[in-house]
Design a protein around this ligand. Structure first.
Ligand code: IMP
Length: 193
């Protein structure tokens, strides 16, 4: 069975990705399986650049074809930020609740509700040879944070044509529409064709 390394330590993401890869004849490894603990500095300006930094690093360390994703939320009322700084932005608040309240406040104040999540996946198969697969989900910021599933900004993001936040959807439902699953589907189509 062919091996493929997913360069991530994020437990929730690994669960999401492993579920998507279940039907494929590939052994999907993550950083936990290989006990790799160091990670490169993600100093790219775009999701694509950061994903490439990680997939190149994983491939160089292990010689196993490696993919990495970089994702985040872009919020209209914050001039489409925090983008690549999504993790840091959330961590700068005392709690997720504080962060969500601040975003909801700015959304109401500016009367701009739109937001989207984007994922870029980079797949490195050889030295200095990588491919990029993008996925995006459009939606809006909710009026209050709700839901107990998922992670990150899920409790305040309502996908377009839905009336629930991503945190109210179970993983399987989220996987049908999420930015990450769109990008992963493109990756899988590439790997199987
Ligand atoms: P990463 O670079 O893919 O790890 O994502 C950076 C940050 O964006 C995460 O720490 C989350 O806060 C946020 N994020 C990325 N994907 C999602 C998602 O599917 N739901 C909610 N938040 C997300």
């Amino acid at each position: 069975m062919r091996q493929l390394l997913f360069f991530s330590n994020n437990k929730n993401k690994i669960i999401e990705i492993k579920k998507i890869f279940n039907n494929f004849n590939l052994e999907l490894l993550s950083l936990n399986d290989l006990e790799i603990s160091e990670e490169p500095v993600e100093n790219g300006q775009t999701f694509e650049e950061n994903a490439k930094i990680k997939s190149d690093y994983g491939f160089n360390k292990t010689s196993i074809p490696c993919f990495a994703d970089d994702s985040g939320i872009c919020i209209e009322s914050l001039n489409w930020k925090p983008g690549v700084l999504s993790k840091r932005f959330l961590n700068n608040f005392k709690s997720n609740k504080d962060c969500f309240e601040s975003i909801i406040k700015s959304t109401k104040k500016n009367n701009k509700q739109n937001a989207y999540f984007k994922t870029s996946i980079s797949l490195t198969v050889k030295d200095n040879q990588n491919l990029i697969f993008n996925g995006k989900i459009d939606g809006k910021i909710s009026e209050k944070a709700t839901g107990r599933f998922g992670f990150g900004y899920d409790p305040i993001f309502i996908p377009r044509n839905y009336n629930k936040t991503l945190a109210e959807l179970r993983t399987r439902e989220k996987n049908k529409i999420s930015h990450r699953s769109i990008a992963v589907t493109k990756l899988i189509n590439f790997l199987t064709n």
